[in-house]
Ligand binder design. Sequence first.
Ligand code: PHE
Length: 363
Amino acid sequence: MYFRIPQRNLLYSLLKLLNRPIPMKDKIDKILKDIESYKFDGKEAAEQFRLKYLSKKGQITDLFSQFRHVAPEERKTFGKLLNDLKNKAQSIFDEANKQASAQEEKGSTDIDLTRPSLSAPLGSRHPVSIVRNKMTDIFSRIGFTVEEGPEIENDWHNFTALNFPEEHPARDMQDTFFIEKDPDILLRTHTSSVQVRVMENSQPPIRSIFPGRVFRNEAISARSHCIFHQVEGLYIDKDVSFADLKQTLYYFAREFLGQDTRVRFRPSYFPFTEPSAEMDVSCQICHGKGCNVCKYTGWLEILGCGMVHPNVLDFCKINSKKYTGYAFGIGIERTAMMMYQVKDIRLYYENDIRFLKQFTSAI
Ligand code: PHE
């Protein structure tokens, strides 16, 4: 016991003499570096830290037990370094622990698994879709298939093959949007363009409807828009007559608006049908008495129709001597405005949820 102190002093003096780092100092520096860069991620890590450095068997506690080996003249310095190290480790631990507890507490209020979930608001179908679906449903029941065509068309399918000769004034009634670079390309003005595509690609019997979006160069107002929707119908076979057309449309009007609905046909003109007509239905609002929706006439126009012009059949490579057919085009927005008493067509395109959520449908 007596000799140990001079020996220890001797060792440190020797190390100093050899200019070697003192192990205690090295250890302190190393631990200091380690604790300063210790990665904490929660309570568990804080506890690991405590066990590693501050517990009874921890590295810092261990350094304290080695302190007695330090040379007396170094004790003051090392004592201070050690105490600083311990305080530093303690405060790092305290801080990490505090943060972990705060995090835990926050986490537990953030996630309350017993809370009822927020209800997900259900959307509703757009009135234009509701009406289109109702129309396709009615025609499907009497054997019409559903086909679609492109919204970006060429002159042939939208006009020429439908018997609108170039420069014909009938084209003025359906002005549209053209592509400057290629005036042959345009936005279709009606779904009648799909008639041409279907006839070009198949032979009679043809019995189909074509719902879709159409475009016209119109000033936007309460009653007209540059975008709207139509449902086109086409029936081509042997011996199809105007009587078939009328019966089909009677059936449609009654299924669509109710059995007491009355219809009337007025002569009209379309280059692609001959004879042509427009069909009115008795006003659903006043039932024929006269109101501001039907402009006090008791009638509302919902579609154009007629017997397919033989020129159109020939253009589409269907033998006009053998086959006849009828076609009709129903305006969806117009019909929907009448059904729902919507006074301004622009409401359909504004995506105002207060307007849209009023419509419910089974289909
Ligand atoms: N395509 C015509 C329009 O847009 C409607 C129509 C279709 C008329 C079919 C007759 C036959 O106004």
